[in-house]
Design a protein around this ligand. Structure first.
Ligand code: GLC
Length: 734
């Protein structure tokens, strides 16, 4: 039975039972419920322990959403099991990845959206068992179902973000390039990597520290042999513009006298097994206990641990393995020993060996293990992990931010990546897309996920550029670096044992091309950052699938072109040996095509709507600037904030009137929320054959201090094209 409440205009909450407080929704829900007999759009089937929601799809219905998932952008034709898992083989049929985002849109004869706030497994069968039926199974009688009876997708997302919170804003430097590798084993290696970037003139803002920086993989330790004088090491890198980003894994090694273990044990901060003993599972360090992030005390304890790093000026982290990933539990291990014993004298076992292998792989991330441990929730109740499984990564992020950063570095912006996530996670942190491969297909996977994740509130996100597992060819890395330059999180990462992927790990020509792409990325930051801040304040995705801006069947099927901000449509080349690609130019707009390689070289042409094959050599990526929209670029630097940006260049195809709001703040603190930011409204207007240019400054006042935040830019140059491709130039001093 459901009761209902209108929580926002046209957003109805249907509640059954007593849902677990996931904190996904921050909008206050009152006790004022009505009884509900009807349930719009869905046939609701009630069973003894679960509900099923059935929607009959029209043959032209498209289904979008579900955040981090594999398969097509249109979710139809597949089964999805929303149960967070560490699965490193991202093949298209997989129905679970690291996060759970049960929020979807129906776009067809009827248009609406819905979100299910339930942190256990939810199965979405979207035209898989029956091609026209969407059946959603929620294995509980205690959950919230939000129905967005709204046609417009922007409006749905706005309401969704009013419920779950606006996306978080990382520091400005996080628009820079970030280099990662599993692993840079010691301080010398990291110093050499940093030096190579600067020596080669390749911009870079961050270097990641994967698990080998720790002493025996013990969380919140640094191996002093490999990293002597860690504090000075971090300080020196910072001076040169590099931010260090250490990995944080939840599994706490069981080892006497290791303070994190001792404190956790003494204070009951770890998850318990059915007998009330600390649950034991193996991850990188060997046998570990898992902190109980669902418990406020444990979160507080964990959050404060980050102080070890923040005291050293490190404000950025990646929380990994937080599904939580389990290599094996003791039960699983004993099973393996049994298999081992059974193998003795069975050399000719044939098919049995195949089955034994399956059992061995079954040990990792095994559902039985997840069912076998418990949390002590904030209200004191004991909760079986399986029912709240999808919250673990999100609550680890809550520990990091709400119980950690908010107390220890309250006004400091941070970059926090997490591997696992749930609804609402986007307001405090973000995610990367996990362990992809250096496969061409995975570039397409990244583009689909980027668009779906933006629809779920993860505006700032990205995948491991160049691919994490397997070896990357120079061509693949170049093409991926081009795509990555148009994703908010721009991090190149690769796995242990694979070919190195830093720009200088390849031949000279490849390195030169990669340098140019990264410089192009930096030159576009005045545009990207302004657009990002606008998208967060307006609650409109930063990355948009074309079907959000244009109507019709054709655009609904496009997965490999997307809007990056409101002015640029990106069309990356993502297939092997291609020297160009087909592009669809939607709507009635004309487009200014920039086949971009170097930031200061223009290869521009005007396109009308339609389908085209666009040439793009290995060093080029086709960008399309929308008619009557503008972009802003500047000289690239070695790292964000190295110099003040005093001059920007505005580029666009203007046939009528175009406006762009350029945005500046300190890039590091949260003072912008108090008004410490400045904007410049840039306008280009065509009247007859004349162009008029204007810039209006909007320098805000910080109400606390009364100070005005002044714009740093002094000069704006214009490179404006008319529809015949003629260029009109101008400069305004401001
Ligand atoms: C996991 C992470 C990966 C990391 C590795 C070692 O596979 O997803 O990014 O490099 O663990 O820590």
């Amino acid at each position: 039975m459901f009761k209902k409440q209108m929580v926002l205009d046209d957003v109805i909450l249907f509640r059954t039972g007593k849902p677990f407080n996931t904190t996904a929704v921050i909008k206050e829900i009152t006790d004022d419920f009505d009884n509900s007999d009807d349930f719009p759009y869905f046939e609701v089937k009630e069973y003894e322990n679960y509900y099923e929601f059935v929607y009959e799809m029209d043959k032209d219905d498209y289904v979008y959403g579900l955040g981090e998932q594999l398969g097509a952008l249109n979710k139809r034709g597949k089964e999805y099991k929303l149960y967070s898992t560490d699965d490193p083989i991202h093949t298209p049929e997989k129905g679970s990845l690291y996060g759970s985002h049960p929020f979807a849109f129906i776009d067809g004869s009827k248009k609406f959206a819905f979100m299910i706030d339930f942190p256990g497994e939810i199965v979405f069968d979207i035209g898989y068992t029956h091609k026209d039926l969407m059946t959603i199974k929620v294995p509980s009688k205690d959950f919230d179902f939000y129905l967005f009876d709204i046609e417009d997708k922007y409006e749905v997302i706005k309401k969704y973000l009013e419920l779950t919170g606006s996306p978080f804003v990382p520091p400005k430097w996080s628009w820079g390039f970030q280099q990662c590798r599993w692993s840079y084993p010691d301080a010398d290696t990291i110093n050499n990597i940093a030096e190579s970037f600067r020596k080669d003139g390749i911009p870079c803002d961050a270097i990641y520290m994967d698990i080998d920086y720790m002493k025996d993989y013990k969380v919140f330790t640094v191996d002093e042999e490999k990293f002597p004088n860690f504090e000075d090491f971090a300080k020196n890198l910072k001076k040169d513009g590099f931010k260090l980003v250490p990995i944080i894994d939840p599994g706490v090694k069981i080892e006497d006298n290791y303070s994190v273990y001792e404190e956790g044990k003494e204070n009951n901060y770890f998850c318990k097994d059915k007998d009330g003993e600390d649950f034991v599972a193996a991850v990188w360090p060997g046998l570990t206990h898992f902190p109980d992030f669902l418990n406020k005390e444990a979160r507080k304890w964990w959050g404060e641990k980050y102080k070890f790093f923040t005291d050293k000026g490190i404000y950025s982290f990646w929380n990994d393995m937080n599904e939580p990933s389990i290599f094996y539990s003791l039960k699983g291990f004993n099973k393996l020993v049994e298999i081992g014993e059974n193998l003795r004298g069975n050399e000719d076992m044939g098919i049995k060996s195949f089955l034994a292998k399956e059992q061995m792989f079954d040990m990792a991330n095994n559902r039985e293990d997840y069912k076998s441990f418990y949390h002590r929730a904030d209200d004191g109740s004991t909760v079986n992990h399986d029912l709240v499984h999808n919250l673990y990564g999100y609550f680890m992020a809550k520990a990091t931010v709400e119980e950690g950063f908010d107390n220890i570095i309250p006004n400091q912006r941070y970059l926090l990546l997490s591997r696992s996530s749930y609804l609402g996670h986007h307001r405090i942190a973000t995610i990367w897309m996990g362990d992809n491969m250096s496969w061409w297909d995975h570039m397409l996977v990244q583009m689909r996920m980027l668009q779906s994740l933006n629809m779920a509130g993860f505006f700032y996100t990205g995948a491991d550029v160049g691919g994490f597992g397997s070896n990357a060819s120079p061509e693949l890395v170049i093409r991926w670096m081009q795509l990555g330059a148009f994703t908010p999180l721009y991090r190149n990462h690769s796995a242990l044992g694979t070919r190195e992927q830093e720009p200088f790990a390849f031949d000279e020509e490849t390195k030169d091309i990669m340098r140019d792409i990264i410089r192009l990325r930096y030159s576009l930051i005045p545009y990207s950052y302004s657009e990002y801040m606008k998208s967060v304040s307006e609650l409109r995705p930063f990355i948009k699938p074309l079907h959000m801006d244009y109507e019709g069947k054709r655009v609904k099927e496009i997965e490999d072109q997307y809007m990056y901000g409101d002015s640029i449509m990106v069309a990356p080349v993502h297939t092997q040996n291609a020297k160009g690609r087909f592009v669809h130019l939607p709507g009635d707009d004309k487009w200014l095509c920039w086949v971009a390689s170097k930031y200061d070289e223009r290869k521009m042409s005007i396109y009308f709507p339609g389908d085209f094959y666009v040439d793009a050599d290995l060093n080029e990526i086709p960008l399309f600037i929308k008619e009557n929209k503008l972009i802003t670029i500047s000289e690239p630097m070695n790292y964000v904030g190295e110099k003040e940006i005093e001059e920007i260049t505005v580029i666009g195809l203007v046939t009528d009137k175009a406006e762009f709001t350029y945005y500046e703040d300190d890039g590091e603190t949260k003072d912008y929320q108090k008004g410490k930011f400045a904007e410049a409204l840039i306008t280009v207007e065509k009247e007859g054959n004349e162009y008029k240019f204007s810039v209006e400054k909007d320098e805000h006042e910080n109400p606390e201090t009364g100070e005005t935040y002044e714009l740093a830019i002094k000069r704006i140059k214009f490179e404006i094209y008319d529809e015949h491709g003629n260029i009109i130039e101008n400069t305004i001093e401001i």
